[in-house]
Design a protein around this ligand. Structure first.
Ligand code: CFN
Ligand code: HCA
Length: 541
């Protein structure tokens, strides 16, 4: 049996070998060997660019990012998909964002609202059908808000969804109706949809409830979507610490939460990728600062709580946070100690969305597991490289033009890959930096970071490096499992969760222990077992 020793550069070459030269050249810029040292910046990675046609990307679309991700989890807004039924149907409950109907009992999550456009609507226009759907939703439910989401054909035929919504809102008088031009084809991924959703929810909803709030330590939790009940666990912890979460964007959120978000003292940003625009707009318009937090991993949860405590600087809160951490940690540590002999030294790969592929590495390292390779589907460079310059923004609250409030509008300033002296010079010139870690900072030297991984490369990576576990989404699940490697969905969590916070960490340790140590995988014949020359070990420094 021939054992090959792969260097990271060999892996990169192998991944690119079958591509036509032009494709290989572009992909080469999206596959990076992490070589960061303390003093130097890691090499640049190309991110947030169009997927090459023909490649089977893991990405989703702009509509998915807007309707599915940002607005979808809000329980008491009727979200109507204006388009053919597939878009509404396939974005209905598949993300496993959970809701609790609360005292008012308003929860439209069990419904899938769509105009169900037909050929004749495409030919003659769908505005009348949309107006009728909005009216029907209003008559049936009398919700506080109705949101309309455009799918591809709507943009192509030119229905004016904003005009329809404006008219219906004026007619109703007691229901906020607004729309999102989030046609799937806009942008290069879900990411454009996040931006469109952020802008519209900020423009049409945030700030509506003017009655002041009197609670102590008021925060907004931005970028937490209550997948598998994560948000419930985080809320439990925050409550125990005495921190008031006014609005979550947008797990189990309600219309009134969004409308009151401007009363918070601080925004805590969990998934930066999807909601940084709201964080910036809240800061610019209402002077609410934001900090980066991460409640994935027990140590990260403790660190994030301490960060919030430090922000308020109040001894009562700081002491309470320490008490909570001291109360919660022993159980977490006991489970970690139990699984560790079985998980230590195992390897993982994570290719997920725009923040989890980074955040979940904390949980794996708490189990002594090493991440060999990771990447985002649609993140931007700052999510890889950390550190971002925030130019002095001017926010036009009535603006519907996403470019006008694009923090990345100035690529020169945006480039996060700056040397310390350059950062100092910019800071001296009045630019404010938000310092936070990107994925590259966290990953070991010699690991492989890949943006917008595709099906071919996923299978190739698994074949070459045979990780003990591969984490991605539903499209990847079965092809990876067929190669004899356990696969954990880190979008929907399969049927598991919560994985956030202290209780979430415990759930995760147990789940991963079961997966990486299950005997079932040894009953499968993977291609490299049939064909031993493919067997190798990965070498990094
Ligand atoms: S819940 Fe979030 S954490 S919002 Fe975002 S970037 Fe998606 S839906 Mo899938 S699981 Fe994923 Fe992140 Fe933020 Fe989820 S890693 S791809 S658009 N995502
Ligand atoms: C989306 C939603 C998704 C898809 C997950 C997956 C989610 O991007 O449209 O591919 O399994 O988390 O539900 O990211």
């Amino acid at each position: 049996k021939k054992v090959v020793q792969f260097m990271p550069t060999d892996i990169k070459e192998e991944l690119l070998a079958k591509y036509p030269p032009k494709v290989a050249r572009k992909r080469a810029k999206q596959i990076m060997i992490n070589e960061a040292t303390e003093s130097e910046a890691p090499p640049e990675i190309l991110a947030n660019v169009r997927t090459i046609p023909g490649i089977i990307t893991m990405r989703g679309c702009t509509y998915a990012g807007c309707k599915g991700v940002i607005m979808g989890p809000t329980r008491d807004i009727v979200n109507i998909t204006h388009g053919p039924i597939g878009c509404g149907f396939y974005s209905w409950l598949t993300r496993r964002n959970q809701t609790d109907a609360g005292e008012d009992g308003e929860n439209y999550m069990p419904y899938c609202f769509s105009t169900d456009m037909q050929d004749s609507d495409i030919i003659f226009g769908g505005e009348k059908k949309l107006a009728a759907a909005i009216q029907e939703a209003y008559d049936l439910f009398h919700p506080k808000g109705i949101c309309v989401f455009a799918t591809c054909p709507v943009g192509l035929i030119g229905d004016d969804i904003h005009a329809v919504c404006k008219k219906k809102k004026a007619e109703f008088g007691d229901c906020n109706v607004f729309a999102f031009s989030c046609e799937g084809y806009k942008g290069v991924s879900q990411s454009a949809g996040h931006h469109i959703a952020n802008n519209q929810v900020f423009t049409h909803l945030v700030g509506e409830n003017t009655e002041p709030r009197t609670e102590e330590y008021k925060i907004n939790l931005l970028g937490e979507y209550n997948i598998g009940g994560d948000g419930f666990e985080i809320d439990r912890i925050l409550k125990k610490c005495g921190i008031t979460n006014l609005a979550t964007f947008s797990g189990n959120s309600s219309y009134d939460q969004f409308a009151s978000a401007q009363h918070a003292d601080l925004s805590c940003v969990m998934c930066h990728r999807s909601i940084n625009y709201v964080a910036d707009m809240l800061e610019t318009k209402y002077g609410i600062p934001w900090i980066k937090v991460n409640f994935i991993g027990a140590a990260s949860t403790a660190k994030s709580l301490r960060k919030i405590g430090q922000y308020f600087g109040d001894k009562k809160l700081i002491d309470r946070i320490e008490e909570v951490i001291a109360e919660e940690m022993p159980e977490v540590e006991a489970v970690a100690a139990d699984v560790r002999p079985r998980t230590e030294g195992k390897t993982a790969m994570l290719f997920v969305g725009g923040s989890r592929a980074h955040h979940y590495q904390d949980l794996f390292s708490e189990m002594g597991m090493k991440t060999l390779s990771a990447g985002y589907e649609f993140a931007h460079r700052d999510d890889y490289e950390g550190r971002q310059v925030i130019p002095n923004l001017t926010v036009d609250a009535d603006s519907r033009n996403i470019e006008e409030i694009d923090v990345e509008a100035d690529p020169e300033l945006y480039s996060p890959r700056k040397k310390p002296e350059e950062i100092k010079a910019l800071e001296d010139a009045g630019y404010q930096f938000k310092h936070y870690e990107g994925m590259n900072d966290q990953m070991d030297k010699g690991t492989i970071i890949i943006d917008d991984l595709n099906q071919y490369e996923a299978e190739k990576l698994v074949e070459l490096l045979k990780p003990d576990i591969f984490c991605a989404g539903i499209k990847e699940k079965f092809s990876i499992q067929k190669s004899g490697v356990p696969m954990k969905q880190l979008h929907s969590y399969d049927s598991g969760g919560p994985y956030a916070g202290f209780k979430g960490a415990i759930n995760f340790y147990k789940e991963i222990d079961r997966l990486v140590n299950s005997k079932v995988w040894s009953y499968m014949k993977a291609p490299w077992q049939e064909n031993p020359e493919l067997t190798g070990t990965f070498v990094w420094e």
